[in-house]
Structures are given as C-alpha cells and as structure tokens.
Design a protein around this ligand. Sequence first.
Ligand SMILES: [Zn+2]
Ligand SMILES: [Zn+2]
Ligand SMILES: [Zn+2]
Ligand SMILES: [Zn+2]
Length: 222
Amino acid sequence: MRTQTESNKYEGQCKFCKKDFTKRQITGHLDNCPKREKDENIKNLRLRIISPYIKNFWLMVEVNNQAKVKDLDNLIRDVWVECCDHLSEFGDYGSEVGKGRIIMGTFTPGDSVNYIYDFGSSTELAIKALEYSNFQLSNNKRVELVARNYLPPSNCAMCGKQATQVCTACSGEEMAFACDKCAEKYHNEENEKEEHYILPLANSPRSGVCGYESVEPLDKLF
Ligand SMILES: [Zn+2]
Ligand SMILES: [Zn+2]
Ligand SMILES: [Zn+2]
Ligand SMILES: [Zn+2]
C-alpha cells in the first residue's frame, strides 16, 4: 500500500500520468502533464480542496462551465465524506452559496469558499479556485478529480506498523490508530468493558468520524 513518506511531505498522484507530486508541485504539473492534451477552446476551472486542519489531505478537481455547486458536493461526498447523508453547506453562515449555482459563474481564480459536511460531527474543508485550465474532462464529466493525496502515514499506537483501522470511540486520542492485529487485541478482547468501534482506515479527513467508511479499498485513488 502506497502512503505518503513523511507526515509533512503531502505527496499525492496525478490521475493521468500516475506520477508522484507534492501538494505544492501538482498545480504546475497539471498544466504540463504529458498524458493530457491541451485544447485552447476549452476553459474549465481548477479547484483545490483541502482540510484546513490536516494538511496531508488534498484534492485537485477541474470543473467545466456546466458544473453546478451540487456536482461538486456530490464529488466531495463520493471521495471523502459521505457516511449517513448528513447536510452539507458551501460558504459561511449568512453567506451560503446555493447548490444550484454554476460554479464558473460564481467563482473566479483566487476565490475561496468553506465547505462543511455534517453539522454534528462536522468535517470542514477549504476550497480554492486556482486557475483556468484547458483540458477536456474524461467521459463528458462536469467535475473530475484529477489528482489527490496518498494515504498519510499513521502508525498503529501499539506496535508502530502502518495502521489499517481506526477506532471512532478512541478518535482524537493517541490510541485511535491500529493495525489489524492490534485492533483485534486492544480495541476488543482486552478491553471488553470499554466501548470501542473499529472502522477500516480511510484516505479521507473524515476517517474515524461518525460511521465514515470508504467504499473503495485503501489504495485506490481514482
Ligand atoms: Zn500527470
Ligand atoms: Zn454519519
Ligand atoms: Zn499494531
Ligand atoms: Zn478504541
């Protein structure tokens, strides 16, 4: 399983050439990826979506001139946050951005908007419009995930191996991360009196929150 090499390197992958880039490098790369074909007649908008709290998580998304805010909501839910159909919102209290709006008519490069999923155990994200891009999106999509981070390194609190499970009851504590073996041991048998709720680790800032479980295997990026 491919993970980021260090917790402060923020590496991820370009969907098209499958090469590694840091969060800083990927923006420049997407305009110069050898696997993409530029078309000056196309004008899409490139967005970066990050977790403001855990810097290892980032998505690069391109949207065409038909894409609505709702389409972006669906993409964020699919890739990162959907657990039990919670409410979500773009913008801040009092200045919400309607989901029926066309993204390109609403944001231009340099603009930022906050996103919140679930007003209880919320996951907050920050979205920034970076620049226009001139590439056809795959399969006539309106929004496309074009690059994203690898799983951030996280070690099992018991043995130090790469974690594969997260206990939502212990979430926020050092004990939350575990490998399969130690999850079985620490978050079950030996601690029967305590409540534990183990979920498979996910490459998402919502991992370990509510009942969040990725539908895709841990190493599948696109
Ligand atoms: Zn590339
Ligand atoms: Zn939920
Ligand atoms: Zn372990
Ligand atoms: Zn636990």
